[in-house]
Structure formats: structure tokens, C-alpha cells
Design a protein around this ligand. Structure first.
Ligand code: ADP
Ligand code: ASP
Ligand code: MG
Length: 408
């Protein structure tokens, strides 16, 4: 039991998708109160509620206001916190639900992708001292002007870890529909293996590169505040995966996981002058327009000309093309191309730091299936390749086979 006796638990959408599941979560929480824990629970919206709300708004407008979208989406979590409180009352457990604004989860004003600035613990601690289970709406906050904000899709994980940090507890359980973090998305690869433990850096890289099991900012918080995340299933009592400091890990693999993501598009601006200041102008302008750029590759051609390719979120593609077309004219380039049916497939592992040939092997495995690599980027513990989205699933399977299964 942690010293201050507080445990933070987060239940994802599938764990609260029906009244039956909510009752089941309430029973699980009860087992913790009976052990003497003070329980703080963060919940997501029921099942696919967030998707349904987004579709509803899109039926009305192609380009709805971001402020109103956050207002809309935050309602999903408000439903599940109240239902869970009611379910706990029903089995004799005192509980109280709070929205993000009620506990003053203050964020910046960046609607749909807000960052947490501070959280007041006053109400939470008072309710805990009254022996109540405290249930908090995930994914939502409030900005300095009292607007409701959301933290980005999957953001309830981040709400939970941020609460664990301010409540000074080392333990945070993330309940989901899989029983831990696997070496690849179990929905794509049937032979994937559950990891007993994984380091913060590997988990961060996996999450950033497409492993949707954890919101990447939740892992950043966990690392910063040294919180052990236990990713586990709300459908069983089995141990899941512990996300922890690398020094405390018993077992380290060269590659701990293979991911793929398809939420980015590639843009190329062709035959622009190969001289100082051009890239600065291009990426400076994109940054000023709040466009997040991920991979960047520059290739030099003849006559002091260069082409620059980079990836941006698909949502930002049309805005990016507009900006690039303008700059292309200024630079005297030969045009702007884009491709949105791309996938970024990646291999991740801390062991890569001390191993040779991982990149070469990855390229070889892809080439054996005739999969063309359009862009490459590397970090200390990850290698990513942009390929045609058509081959994403095949690429994940063959890379998993080569790096994880053959390496048992
Ligand atoms: P929740 O609603 O509980 O937050 P999510 O759908 O956000 O659940 O995350 C769980 C899903 O993440 C799983 O159903 C699984 O398909 C997917 N996933 C992707 N990559 C991985 C991975 N490497 N390990 C485990 N699950 C993964
Ligand atoms: N309900 C939000 C979403 O679907 C937040 C979350 O589930 O973590 O993205
Ligand atoms: Mg999630």
C-alpha cells in the first residue's frame, strides 16, 4: 500500500460501456476500499460516446468551433462519473463525482489538445477525508477564462496520472480492454506477447508512434513524477504491465514493440533553393500557424536546388498545402505534392542503443515484401519508416515476426 494510502484508478471507455460494466467497476473499487485504500477514480466516456458526439457535430458542420466541440465532448465523461457514483451508492459505498471544472483542473486554452497547468487538490482531499470514493471526469479541464477544454483523444490517461502526481501517490492503475501492453497491437497481430514491464522511455516512444493503449502525455507525467503505471484489464484480476524506470527493470529487449499509425500525411515542396534560411522560413511559418511537423527529410538535387518532405497531422493537411503553395511561389520552387494514404511503421526498444544493424534489418524485412520506404527517421530507441498505408498491417506483422518472435 502506498504511504499516503491513496490509489488512483482510471477506467477507459470499454470498461464503462454499459450499466453492467459500470456495476462491475463499482464492485472492483469496493475491493480496494475494503483493503483500506482511499480511491480516486478517473473515468472516460461510455464506449464509443466520444466518437458518436463527434459524428453528430459533423452532421451539422464540417468545421465546428473547437470551443464548442470541447463543450460537447466533455458531456460524455459527465454521464459516466454520475453513473459510477450511483453504482457505488447502490452497493453501500459513499462516493462523489466531480467534473474537471469542479476540481479546478486548469489547462491552457488550446481547445481539443489542452495541456494541464495545475490541479487543486482541496476538494478531492476533503472528500477522501470524509471516506468518500472520489470520481473525476477524465479528458477535461477548464482554462483561465472558465472555458471547458479537452486534453486530446485518449486524454483520460493523462488526467489520471496528473492526479496521481498532485496527490503524491506512486501508484496509478489504468484499466482497459487488454490485459497489458503488448509487443504489437493485439488487434493486428495474433502472436503478440504481453510485456511484464516496460520503461517510461519505451512506452513514451510506443505511444507517440501509435500504440493507442496509453496517451503519450500520461507517460511523460508518469516519468517526470516517478509514478508507476499499471496497465491492466478491468475484465480480470491478472497482473498487467508495469511502466517503470529503466533501472528497475529485470528484463530488457532489443525491440519491445512494433507500431503503426495512419494519422499523418506527407507533404513535399520541390526544387526550392538549397541555401540557408529556406527551411527556417518554411518550418517557422508552419510553427507560427500551430502546425505540428513530425518527420522531415531534405534531398539535394542539381543546380543548388533541394526538395523537402515532411509529415503533418491529416487534420492540418489542407492548411499546410495552402501555406506551402504560397511559400513555393516566394521560393521559386517547382510545386507542392501531398499524400495522405501513408503509414508510419516503427520498431522501438532500449536495447537498440547497444545493438548493431537494427535499421538495416528493418529495411531488409520491408524490402523482402517489396514495400517501398518513402521516409526514415530515427531516435535513440526507435526507427520509423513511412510506407504506403496499404501495406501497414503486413509491415507490422513481418517486423513483429522478425524482431519479436524470432528473437525469443
Ligand atoms: P480505453 O478506452 O480503455 O482507454 P483504448 O482503446 O484507448 O482503451 O486502448 C486500448 C487499445 O489499445 C486496445 O484495445 C488495443 O487494441 C490498442 N493497442 C494498440 N497498441 C497496443 C499495444 N502495443 N498493447 C496493447 N494494446 C494496444
Ligand atoms: N473519451 C475520450 C476519448 O474517447 C477520452 C478518453 O477516452 O481517454 O478520446
Ligand atoms: Mg485510451
Amino acid at each position: 500500500m502506498p504511504q499516503n494510502n491513496i490509489i488512483v484508478q482510471k477506467y477507459g471507455g470499454t470498461s464503462v460501456k454499459s450499466s453492467e460494466r459500470i456495476k462491475n467497476v463499482a464492485e472492483r473499487i469496493k475491493t480496494y476500499t475494503e483493503k483500506g485504500f482511499s480511491v480516486v477514480v478517473v473515468v472516460s466516456a461510455m464506449g464509443k460516446t466520444t466518437d458518436i458526439l463527434i459524428d453528430l457535430a459533423k452532421e451539422i458542420s464540417e468545421n465546428p468551433s473547437k470551443r464548442e466541440m470541447d463543450m460537447l465532448l466533455s458531456t460524455g465523461e459527465q454521464v459516466s462519473i454520475a453513473l459510477l457514483a450511483i453504482a457505488l451508492h447502490e452497493i453501500g459505498i459513499d462516493a462523489i463525482s466531480y467534473t474537471g471544472s469542479q476540481i479546478k483542473m486548469v489547462t491552457d486554452g488550446n481547445f481539443s489538445n489542452a495541456k494541464i497547468a495545475r490541479i487543486s487538490t482541496e476538494k478531492i482531499l476533503k472528500s477522501l477525508s470524509e471516506n468518500k470514493v472520489v470520481i473525476i471526469a477524465g479528458f477535461q479541464g477548464i482554462d483561465e477564462d472558465d472555458n471547458i477544454t479537452t486534453l486530446g483523444r485518449g486524454g483520460s490517461d493523462t488526467s489520471a496520472v496528473a492526479l496521481a502526481a498532485v496527490l503524491n501517490t506512486r501508484d496509478c492503475e489504468i484499466y482497459t480492454d487488454v490485459d497489458g501492453v503488448y509487443t504489437a497491437d493485439p488487434r493486428l497481430v495474433s502472436s503478440t506477447k504481453k510485456l511484464k514491464e516496460i520503461s517510461y522511455d519505451e512506452m513514451l516512444e510506443l505511444a507517440r508512434l501509435g500504440a493507442g493503449v496509453l496517451h503519450s502525455r500520461s507517460v511523460e507525467f508518469a516519468k517526470k513524477y516517478n509514478i508507476k503505471l499499471h496497465v491492466r484489464s478491468s475484465y480480470s484480476f491478472e497482473e498487467g504491465t508495469i511502466v517503470m524506470p529503466v533501472e528497475e527493470m529485470m528484463e530488457k529487449f532489443t525491440i519491445c514493440g512494433i507500431t503503426s499509425k495512419e494519422d499523418e500525411a506527407k507533404v513535399t515542396i520541390r526544387d526550392i533553393p538549397d541555401k540557408p534560411g529556406i527551411a527556417a522560413k518554411l518550418f517557422g511559418e508552419l510553427g507560427a500557424q500551430k502546425i505540428y511537423v513530425n518527420m522531415i527529410v531534405q534531398s539535394t538535387g542539381l543546380d543548388n536546388k533541394a526538395s523537402i518532405s515532411f509529415t503533418v497531422k491529416k487534420d492540418d493537411l489542407s492548411k499546410t498545402i495552402r501555406i506551402c503553395n504560397e511559400l513555393n511561389k516566394d521560393f521559386g520552387g517547382s510545386g507542392v505534392d501531398s499524400k495522405d494514404n501513408i503509414a508510419i511503421v516503427s520498431a522501438v526498444g532500449v536495447g537498440m542503443i547497444s545493438s548493431y544493424g537494427v535499421a538495416g534489418r528493418m529495411f531488409e524485412v520491408l524490402s523482402e515484401q517489396n514495400i517501398n520506404i518513402e521516409m526514415i527517421s530515427t531516435s535513440e530507441i526507435g526507427i520509423s519508416c513511412v510506407i504506403d498505408a496499404l501495406y501497414a498491417e503486413l509491415a507490422v506483422k513481418i517486423l513483429h515476426n522478425s524482431f519479436v518472435e524470432e528473437n525469443k
